[in-house]
Write a protein that binds this ligand. Sequence first.
Ligand SMILES: O=P(O)(O)OC[C@H]1O[C@H](O[C@H]2O[C@H](CO)[C@@H](O)[C@H](O)[C@H]2O)[C@H](O)[C@@H](O)[C@@H]1O
Length: 235
Amino acid sequence: MRATVRKLARFFPTAIVSGRCRDKVYNFVRLAELYYAGSHGMDIKGPAKGSKYKKGGDGVVFQAASEFLPMIDEVYEELVEKTKTTPGAKVENNKFCLSVHYRCVDEKKWSGLAQVVKSVLKEYPKLRLTQGRKVLEIRPTIKWDKGKALEFLLESLGFANCTDVFPVYIGDDRTDEDAFKVLRERGQGFGILVSKIPKDTSASYSLQEPTQVMDFLRRLVEWKRLPFQGRSRVV
Ligand SMILES: O=P(O)(O)OC[C@H]1O[C@H](O[C@H]2O[C@H](CO)[C@@H](O)[C@H](O)[C@H]2O)[C@H](O)[C@@H](O)[C@@H]1O
């Protein structure tokens, strides 16, 4: 997948948008030519060496929730301490947001763990709690999500009002729906949901698994390599 994404980024501006913290995502992917939006889009950074898509000025850098950092760190410490007694619970610091994983916790203890998390958050009204796949997510109440990050990237790169730019957003998480919605509302490009089972979604298309995503990206690269006149051909 990494080699395919590297080829893709040669032809198309490519970003990875994730709930994990940006550094962690970068360390997984290790492609300096990409844009990275970590912490559910709250921490955005463009390629270190600048980008051929953004001429002049500074590179793309944006942190939507910097003032929340001390609070997030404080809540992280508190959650680590208070969840110690729940075997299998894991608190993950994603810089501008936190995740409390309960995948490895005995099902009988799930509601107790959620109560512990909620009781900590009572003291922090500026943070909100959402639910992911066997994970409780804590993040600032600011109006920022993966959809906002996508809009920010389109605007920063000067693509927001281009009729000849076709953004494609691929995701498998509930939080990716915000980005699918943005594309649907703008009538620009489309979203692709990755899921084996049918789901209620704002994405326009779906793929079942990462190998299909890789195949789709590989075909995009092949299509782009075709001479312009031949691009209507399906690869
Ligand atoms: O925004 P994404 O890049 O799709 O990330 C969403 C979450 O990913 C991670 O959690 C996922 O993997 C965990 C195992 O490593 C699994 O337990 C969980 O169910 C998955 O959602 C990450 O740890 C979370 O912080 C992200 O929000």
